[in-house]
Design a protein around this ligand. Structure first.
Ligand SMILES: [Zn+2]
Length: 251
């Protein structure tokens, strides 16, 4: 923990990468866990592809409405708030996340790159015209839900998330890669390290001389790239890390 605090203290640029484990600690199901109840009979590939959406837009839209309700009911754990505090303690901090739940923004993190998009943003399926979130119907029950239509082209409105077979958003991805190459410290939190291409980021950071710190309850694929491993849940480790950092500053 002290070594991690020291690395962060000496860094001008810090990149924080967060994955599904960060969300799971706040009770948000991971992608595969989200296939429960009404949705248990579907494969993710039947709900999270453009082909699935075009085949049955109401089913796919209903599944995302259900996931939005889970996210809205979830309480961000202390690890999220610790990252907000950390943003004030280092000169430059950017969070790059694979999560689509928007929790980092909700608690007040200012610079967040969402590699896989967001459940709370929408666009049309044909032309990706943006569609306002407050005009999206929110069904009360776990059920299929007919998506609204784009006022410009008439095609169905979809969530702005990256589906199977789709590219990551270009601008956001390029920015994440640049930041990994330019940071002096990288915190990798709650990611299995298995999801490509985001799994490359710790290696890019390490290759360009940054100190890589992993926060995870269990060893992962990232551990091999990490200089420092903080074994434990993000909700406990990140506040402890911020405490170690501020203590160090006052002595
Ligand atoms: Zn449109």
């Amino acid at each position: 923990m002290r070594a991690a605090a020291r690395a962060l203290r000496g860094a001008r640029r810090v990149l924080v990468a967060t994955g599904a484990g960060m969300s799971r600690e706040s009770g948000i199901p991971t992608f595969r866990d989200a296939l429960t109840g009404l949705w248990a009979r579907y494969d993710p590939e039947e709900l999270a592809t453009e082909a699935a959406f075009r085949r049955n837009p109401a089913r796919v839209f209903g599944w995302y409405a259900w996931r939005r309700r889970l996210v809205r009911a979830a309480e961000p754990h202390p690890g999220y708030h610790a990252l907000v505090a950390l943003e004030r303690l280092v000169p430059e901090l950017v969070i790059v996340t694979q999560n689509v739940d928007g929790l980092h923004r909700r608690v007040g993190s200012r610079r967040v790159l969402e590699l896989h998009g967001s459940l709370e943003r929408f666009s049309c399926v044909d032309a990706r015209h943006p569609f306002p979130a407050d005009a999206v119907p929110e069904p009360a029950a776990d059920a299929a839900c007919e998506p609204p239509r784009c006022p410009r082209c008439g095609s169905a409105v979809r969530p702005d998330v990256v589906w199977f077979g789709e590219m990551l958003p270009e601008r956001v991805t390029a920015e994440a890669w640049d930041l990994a190459a330019a940071c002096q410290a990288m915190l990798v939190v709650g990611t299995s390290g298995l999801v490509q291409p985001a799994a490359q980021l710790p290696y890019i950071a390490r290759d360009t001389g940054a100190t890589v710190i992993e926060v995870n309850p269990d060893p992962t694929e990232v551990s091999a790239a990490a200089h420092i491993v903080c074994s434990g849940p993000a909700g406990a480790m990140l506040p402890a890390l911020v405490a170690a950092l501020t203590e160090g500053e006052s002595t």
